[in-house]
Design a protein around this ligand. Sequence first.
Ligand SMILES: [Ca+2]
Ligand SMILES: [Ca+2]
Length: 172
Amino acid sequence: MECPPPMVYFDVDRSVEDGITKSVGWDWTPTRQVYTKYEDNRTSYHKTLWLSGEANLTNWRPKMSVVKYRHSIDIDPWLRPKVAEGSPVCFENGAVVGYWEARLLTAASVTIDISWQVDLFDRADFNQDGVVDAEDLGLFMVWFGTDNEWYDLDGDGEVGGYDLGLLFSRWT
Ligand SMILES: [Ca+2]
Ligand SMILES: [Ca+2]
């Protein structure tokens, strides 16, 4: 799934306590108002990254309009999330991105649950079964010489020898 494009700058206040990051964000413009409050484990994750909280969206346009909210969390460049069908998140440029929107009447407001959770896997664990082994090598060889991004570990646009070296460096 393609991630929706970045949005306007958003003020967020963050604090970290016992490995849990607490965020409060707000954005007031003449056309909309967004207020968010959530917690996540971005500083302490191991195999699972989660976020729990809610967003309040208000439409200040003089007609029915869609109000959008997006956030992103950068993760270890060696990891990649497993994104389930129907999940509100996607993965782009090393970041887990969450995206929501609501169609609202003028001055209408809604509070939505923005919680999600994803399991994280080594990028060389192509079949995402928890280990980097011969099965992943087999998959890799199928795509050798192509431009399949999933197997292009160094991101140079081609599945090649450097990627094979990286795959072995991540062998479980
Ligand atoms: Ca594997
Ligand atoms: Ca490559």
